[in-house]
Design a protein around this ligand. Structure first.
Ligand code: ADP
Ligand code: F6P
Length: 325
């Protein structure tokens, strides 16, 4: 259990996600309400090692709840992966009086936060990633915004795909996880969803289905392809050659990481940010906040990192019944 914290830093680490600003705002404002000194650490662990640390007051986080990205910037940092780097980071925290640190990021960032906690700095992790690939939680900051952004983009592609009677492959982000592809595939009424968790790589089957659907009168054929499967351009070339139907690939890319956060991302990020302060006040350290089974909870970071998750059977069923996964 941690001692009573007086000064709390907050940083964002790994890939940015819409809603991170709402979380930063909540951490800072809840901390100030609790009478704590608040500091912003710029550029994740890299900025911590470079001592890019600024005082934060209530006004520092004004007008940011509606903004995508992160006002603290984010980075990946190799030096922090070393024991020496983390010892230096813990010394810098002590030098600046930081006895509590809220880390908004993904599993890698939590791994670092856990190790920093072992060096005496009280740490709390908040899950922030568009990929939804953090096992301990059903919600990650940014996922809701990203799927809505991708859904709108795919709707637009569908319009032109129908007009030209084409096959369209739309590649969405998610690193090794297929959650963005699965949600969008369902929401956009795609004909096929290719996700790392389920795709059998039977390209001939895919081609046969495109041909048979075209014969039955389908004017377009939307394939939502997860980044973890990738190779959308090559797949488009092969489908066009095999079916004779014009096929285009669109890789949505980083536009999925930007934009104004949805209401859900703002609200859940705010709840998680405030909870991080409550945990530190309660003397907790090395915890990660999660949303599980409809409730906000927290887990030991090491326990959380050992957890695994898979796509729920309901999602697989709807995917199989309405579309083809
Ligand atoms: P994410 O947090 O989104 O999973 P990364 O995996 O890139 O993103 O991790 C972000 C940063 O967290 C890394 O650049 C590194 O500084 C730190 N980190 C990642 N893994 C570890 C680890 N095993 N030990 C210590 N620090 C780590
Ligand atoms: O983790 C978020 C994410 O956008 C993944 O979906 C994607 O694989 C990766 O980050 C892209 O990283 P970068 O911004 O370094 O290209």
């Amino acid at each position: 259990m941690a001692g009573k914290v007086k000064t709390v830093g907050v940083l964002t680490s790994g890939g940015d996600a819409p809603g991170m600003n709402a979380a930063i705002r909540a951490v800072v404002r809840a901390g100030i309400s609790a009478g704590l000194q608040m500091k912003g650490v710029m550029r994740g662990y890299a900025g911590l090692l470079d001592e890019e640390i600024v005082d934060m007051d209530s006004r520092s986080v004004a007008d940011i709840i509606n903004r995508g990205g992160t006002i603290l910037y984010t980075a990946r940092c190799k030096e922090f992966m070393t024991e020496e780097g983390r010892r230096k980071a813990a010394d810098i925290c002590r030098k600046h009086g930081i006895d509590g640190l809220v880390v908004i990021g993904g599993d890698g960032s939590f791994r670092g936060a856990g190790k920093l906690a072992d060096l005496g700095i009280n740490t709390i992790g908040i899950p922030g990633t568009i990929d939804l690939d953090i096992a301990c939680t059903d919600y990650t900051i940014g996922f809701d915004t990203a799927i809505n952004t991708a859904m709108e983009a795919i709707d637009k592609i569908r319009d032109t795909s129908t007009s030209h009677e084409r096959v369209s492959i739309i590649e969405v982000m998610g690193r090794h996880a297929g959650y963005i592809a699965l949600w969008c595939g369902i929401a956009n009424g795609a004909e096929d969803i290719l996700i790392p968790e389920a795709y059998d790589h039977d390209e001939q089957k895919l081609i046969d289905q495109i041909i048979s659907q075209r014969k039955s009168g389908k004017k377009h054929h939307i394939i939502v392809n997860a980044e973890g499967i990738g190779h959308s351009v090559g797949l488009a070339t092969r489908i066009e050659a095999a079916t004779g139907i014009e096929t285009r690939a669109t890789i949505l890319g980083h536009m999925q990481r930007g934009g104004t956060p949805t209401c859900k991302d703002r609200v859940y990020a705010s709840i998680m940010g405030a909870r991080a302060i409550h945990l530190l006040q309660a003397g907790k350290t090395k915890r990660v906040i999660a949303y599980k089974g409809g409730e906000f909870v927290d887990f030991d970071i090491n326990e959380a990192l050992k957890m695994t998750k898979s796509i729920s059977p309901d999602f697989m069923t709807v995917g199989r019944e309405l579309i083809r996964i």
